[in-house]
Design a protein around this ligand. Structure first.
Ligand SMILES: *[C@@H]1O[C@H](CO)[C@@H](O)[C@H](O)[C@H]1NC(C)=O
Length: 205
């Protein structure tokens, strides 16, 4: 489906997710429930629900639970939208919050395929997962062999996920992630007034 050239461009776009993972990966201290659902409210407007199955990627699921519970994904801009491929988010709108979350978690083995609607961490190579996530718009199972380990699926509201504003049509890289990390929501709103936001994320009881 993708030419080799565009494939490489996409791979390097993922790689730019994390500039230089200086810290050694460390497993989360919290253990998530075996299964839990998370509702994402968005500025699209609309909501979507992710059903996490811990067994698919236990460390990824544990860390995701912690990040959601701490409000990390609230008011986070949707900075990379690549039609027919993925949507990526998971940089906090407050630069200090990003600086607190630089310690990566170790990889999980890939137990589920990158099918449409699956959610997975962006990486910059082995053991570099921190906070950035992407949702596969289509079947991207070619990513399985690159170590991308989905930990859940969008079970409701995939139409909302498909309506995110694309801030960089024609470029699969999305918004400059370093600028957004460093300068936060004031910067991204000024640069891209129509940018979509994840407004609130909550674990369903
Ligand atoms: C979430 O997924 C698990 C595993 O597939 C399933 O047992 C559970 O019913 C699902 N929960 C919801 C609310 O869809």
């Amino acid at each position: 489906m993708f030419s080799f050239a565009s494939f490489c461009a996409l791979f390097f776009a993922f790689a730019s997710a994390i500039a230089a993972p200086a810290r050694e990966a460390r497993a989360p201290e919290f253990r998530a429930p075996d299964s839990f659902c998370v509702v994402f409210s968005t500025s699209v407007p609309g909501t979507f629900v992710v059903n996490v199955t811990r067994a698919l990627a236990p460390l990824g699921a544990d860390h995701f639970y912690e990040l959601v519970a701490s409000g990390f994904y609230d008011q986070a801009a949707v900075f990379r939208v690549v039609p027919n491929f993925v949507v990526q988010f998971g940089i906090n709108g407050t630069p200090a919050q990003n600086r607190k979350e630089q310690t990566p978690i170790p990889d999980d083995p890939v137990a589920a395929s990158n099918v449409a609607g699956s959610i997975v961490y962006a990486t910059a190579g082995a053991n570099t997962r921190t906070t950035q996530l992407f949702i596969n718009y289509v079947d991207n199972s070619f990513l399985d062999s690159q170590g991308f380990a989905p930990f859940g699926y969008v079970t409701r509201g995939f139409d909302t996920v498909q309506k995110f504003f694309n801030p960089t049509p024609g470029s699969s890289d999305g918004v400059d992630q370093g600028q957004y990390e460093a300068n936060g929501n004031a910067w991204i709103k000024a640069q891209y007034p129509s940018i979509s936001f994840i407004t609130k994320v909550a674990i369903l009881p």
